[in-house]
Design a protein around this ligand. Sequence first.
Ligand code: PRE
Length: 282
Amino acid sequence: MKIAFLGPEASFTQLTATQLFPNDELIPKANILDCFLAVQNNEVDKAVVPLENSIEGTVSMTLDYLYQTPEIKIEAEAVMPIAHHLMIHPGQENQDSIEKIYSHPQALAQSFHFLNKNYPDVPKQDFASTAAAAKRVSENPDRKIAAVANKFAAELYGLKILNENIHDVEENHTRFIIISKTENSYENHLENIGKKTAMLITLPQDHAGGLHQVLSVFAWRNMNLSKIESRTLKTKLGNYFFFVTVVGGWDDVLYINSVDELKAIGADVKFLGNYKEFLLEG
Ligand SMILES: O=C(O)C(=O)C[C@]1(C(=O)O)C=C[C@@H](O)C=C1
């Protein structure tokens, strides 16, 4: 099978994809949108993309493209511990004069307090991934630039780690998802830590109690929500869709009927899948 991932090599997403698909062909993509498009255009069978982090929260691009690509579903979730390090080219030993720090915005945010305290005057620059930032540093041996990335990126791109474990909270985890056009076809050797269901809900016209009505569909059925997040519909200020996850299997008829009830009250529902959650090694 062909599996796209947010690259280049040694991104956190690649570390995840390697554990989830040890025997498949992994294809790096420059950004999250390209991962979605590769699945959409049948260039690959599946893709692995980040969904949320325990310090910085949701990766909004992933939510947006789940909404914007109607055929794409979630097949599985995987949670991985995340450790960030600050690295430079080995030729640039003098850390006092670092001119810029590159990384993925999630990684910069997860290390914000460390960077703010230790490198307050150094400009930070967003990159498409931590590995892309590390690669750029390695390609510019003459510049005093640094990257926030993982230890595999330091090794692969020949960089020297200046500061280890700079993420602001020791327990740092990111949740990744496998996306594809097929539901529930992912199987692997890893032990799963539970099942959940995800859906996107757009409320009918704005009216008092609209969200309460939607939530009551889950509440009287005793369905336990593990996440609810609103995201702008991009139509005008104040218009949102909701990403909702429910704990457990999806074989109970009461649960299955919840989608029909949501539709009956005028909500628009995209069912993203009922799938397993895996815990990976960092
Ligand atoms: O930049 C990477 O290496 C990624 O795989 C992306 C990503 C993310 O978007 O959350 C993955 C894990 C970390 O939370 C930081 C960055």
